[in-house]
Write a protein that binds this ligand. Structure first.
Ligand code: PBG
Ligand code: ZN
Length: 322
């Protein structure tokens, strides 16, 4: 008989394809990023992130209920404070916007991951403390330690440092352990690139640096060996979950990391990825199934966890939301 083997046999109908499909999207493995802005009185759609609304301190409770109801389990929180200053003091204030929001999500039985960085809180928009025009690594670590403890005290389930300072995971691990939070895991933004895909996030978080760029701390998009060194370091320093960010232009990095390391691997489908896909879909240039294809591709590349602005609409079964 020719052809001897017929791969088309397993493609004959939807049930067969579903039975033998290699990669499945599960809501259990998606994380929804959420912005909470202390300056707002009404939730506001982010112009560069269509269908994503920045929440207010008053709206978070209802939003958390909604996410729980549709089946989103985990959120990644970003706060935008009313007052920014040179040391980002609202990032570790007991009554800071994140500290006050965590409860609403916890009360609604969601798992809360808190992004730990200073760029939303500093008046200069950089991810740490400045010394002249430079971000001062070791001084910044002292602040990251304080922020970690503050977030843990407020009830965060997982601390996710995203500032790309050297030694940040070790410093945060030590501070958490020293304050009775030895059971709080760290999800480390290990290989975070200085990407052009963060623009919509910076609109929402009002965190565009007032001068320069982030290339002295975030990674050069050309590098993959360096990404493996960054991840290795984070694991040595105590990272429980490692991350590659962005996802779409970095699928090779995701695959390599998933092959080499035996830690849960998260990928972050950043704001620019969401923007490109949602706008192409909304304009009718590509079909809506691109969203499933995109999310599937990240898991196929080797991610265990996917942080994506599509989490909410995927949970809603993509009914009418897009
Ligand atoms: C803060 C942070 C950023 C993102 C996540 N955490 C912005 C940046 O580094 O400028 C980007 C996420 C996105 O674009 O969706 N350090
Ligand atoms: Zn930052």
């Amino acid at each position: 008989m020719f052809p001897e083997y017929r791969p088309r046999r397993l493609r004959a109908n939807p049930l067969l394809r579903s039975l033998t499909g290699e990669t499945k999207i599960s809501l259990d493995r998606l994380i929804m990023p959420v912005f909470i802005d202390e300056n707002l009185t009404e939730p506001q759609e982010i112009p560069s992130l269509p269908s994503i609304f920045t929440q207010t301190l008053d709206s978070v409770d209802e939003y958390a209920k909604h996410l729980k109801k549709i089946g989103v389990n985990t959120v990644l929180l970003f706060g935008i404070p009313e007052k920014k200053d040179s040391e980002g003091s609202q990032s570790f204030a007991d009554d800071g916007v994140i500290q006050r929001s965590i409860k609403s999500f916890r009360n609604n039985d969601l798992l809360v991951v808190t992004d730990l960085c200073m760029c939303e809180y500093t008046d200069h928009g950089h991810c740490g403390i400045l010394r002249g025009k430079e971000v001062w690594n070791d001084k910044t670590l002292d602040y990251y330690g304080k922020i970690a403890v503050s977030q843990a005290e407020a009830g965060s389930n997982i601390i996710a440092p995203s500032g790309m300072m050297d030694g940040q995971v070790k410093k945060i691990r030590n501070e958490l352990d020293g304050n009775g939070f030895e059971n709080i895991p760290i999800m480390a933004y290990s290989a975070k690139y200085a990407s052009s895909l963060y623009g919509p996030f910076r609109d929402a978080a009002k965190s565009t640096p007032s001068f320069g760029d982030r290339k002295t701390y975030q990674m050069d998009p050309a590098n993959i060996n360096e990404a493996m060194r960054e991840i290795e370091l984070d694991i040595e320093e105590g990272a429980d979950i490692i991350m590659v960010k962005p996802s779409l232009f970095y699928m090779d990095v995701i695959r390599e990391a998933s092959t080499i390391f035996n830690r849960p691997l998260a990928a972050y489908g950043v704001s620019g990825e969401y923007n490109m896909i949602i706008n192409a879909v909304k304009n009718g240039f590509i079909s809506e199934s691109a969203i499933n294809e995109y999310v599937t591709s990240v898991f196929r590349a080797g991610a265990d966890i996917f942080i994506t602005y599509f989490a909410e609409s995927l949970a809603e079964g993509m009914k009418g939301k897009i």
